[in-house]
Design a protein around this ligand. Structure first.
Ligand SMILES: NC(=O)c1ccc[n+]([C@@H]2O[C@H](COP(=O)([O-])OP(=O)(O)OC[C@H]3O[C@@H](n4cnc5c(N)ncnc54)[C@H](OP(=O)(O)O)[C@@H]3O)[C@@H](O)[C@H]2O)c1
Length: 326
């Protein structure tokens, strides 16, 4: 049975296993299918998921639009949408007060709603966090009734900490068995500030399902083919910044030592061991993945021995190449 957690100071209770919609309606690089998108959202909803994470740029706006359509018949669903990255290249200008006003208006139209639920700045450059005007503008948009809550999706732990200076409700950050640093430095602070934490890329782009081998190939338009060295956006978004073959080895060892044939669910349950986390937002490329991921809510907590295995595998394979970068 799905369980629900407080989403920071928003007043919402969100499903602890929720859904990321970056690849909604197909896989990266494949044409968008409206039917697949709606079926995916419905499959998640039927399994107790009441929260979707989207962005104005996902699938050229089609992901955000599909979430908006779904809301019409499921008004109890909450969502985050992210703004500031649909126009390339990444630029501080895309997070100026004027740009934020424009993107919010465009998302209101695309989702076909009067007020956006929770808006996140979509991994802005670090300097943006030292430009309070944008956050003051978000406060004004709240007062004007165009957005209910706001927050930031960040690349680095230090950005999450700095964002606490503002009136935010949520931080979206990479946290998983291959990315442990947020728990050491940030989670207590998030709890003190009553800020919701969304754990994104919880399966390290699928590595933590344990299904890939050294021979696995991804489609040409998939970021797991073309962003391995950060050619298009931050390298940490692809396989959580872990070199693919190292990640395959580490995931195999986790599977064996944790004694599971559903590593994805255990990897999600691991994240949920941290009560600062409001929800994990795994992406899914088919309904079976949603079934397997939502089953994490039924798993018993990891034992202290299992927690130690995760730490041990992290220290052995991941810590040195990853810990110091994000
Ligand atoms: N900058 C940002 O703010 C940002 C960046 C990245 C992601 N996000 C958000 O975070 C969400 C999740 O990130 P993500 O989708 O990149 O990474 P993820 O959730 O770590 O991995 C998703 C991939 O894992 C595989 N998978 C999922 N469940 C599985 C299961 N039960 N068994 C086997 N394989 C499974 C699928 O890959 P296959 O295709 O191989 O089946 C799926 O595409 C996104 O949808 C988005 O909402 C935000």
């Amino acid at each position: 049975m799905m369980k629900y957690r407080k989403f920071g100071n928003t007043g919402y209770d969100v499903s602890e296993v929720s859904l990321g919609t970056w690849q909604l309606g197909g896989k990266w690089g494949l044409p968008f299918s409206e039917k697949d998108a709606m079926d995916t959202l419905a499959e998640a909803y039927d399994r107790g998921v009441n929260f979707f994470d989207t962005a104005d740029g996902y699938q050229g706006g089609a992901s955000e639009h599909a979430v908006g359509q779904f809301l019409k018949t499921h008004p109890d669903v909450h969502y985050t949408t992210k703004i500031g990255r649909k126009e390339e290249p990444l630029s501080l200008d895309h997070f100026s007060p004027q740009s934020v006003d424009r993107y919010v208006d465009e998302s209101l139209k695309n989702l076909d709603v009067d007020c956006l639920d929770t808006v996140l700045l979509h991994c802005p450059p670090t300097q943006l966090l030292y430009q309070p005007e944008t956050f003051f503008e978000l406060d004004k948009l709240k007062q004007a009734g165009k957005i209910r809550h706001y927050g930031v999706s960040v690349e680095k732990v230090e950005e999450a900490i700095k964002a606490m200076d503002y009136n935010i409700s949520a931080i979206e950050i990479i946290f998983n068995m291959f990315r442990l640093r947020p728990a050491n430095l940030f989670f207590d602070l998030a709890k003190q500030h009553n800020v919701g934490v969304l754990a994104r890329v919880p399966l390290a782009s699928g590595l933590l399902s344990g299904k890939y081998t050294a021979e696995t190939k991804f489609a040409p338009g998939d970021h797991r083919t073309n962003n391995r060295n950060g050619q298009h956006f931050d390298k940490g978004e692809t396989f959580s910044g872990v070199d693919f073959l190292t990640g395959v080895k580490a995931a195999d060892e986790l599977k064996q030592r944790l004694g599971t044939d559903n590593l994805a669910a255990v990897a999600l349950r691991y994240i949920l061991m941290y009560d600062a986390v409001s929800a994990v937002i795994p992406g899914a490329s088919n309904p079976t993945q949603i079934e397997r991921n939502t089953s994490a809510a039924d798993l018993a907590p990891l034992t202290s021995e299992q927690m130690a295995v995760v730490r041990d595998v992290y220290d052995k394979y991941i810590k040195n190449p990853v810990e110091y970068l994000w």
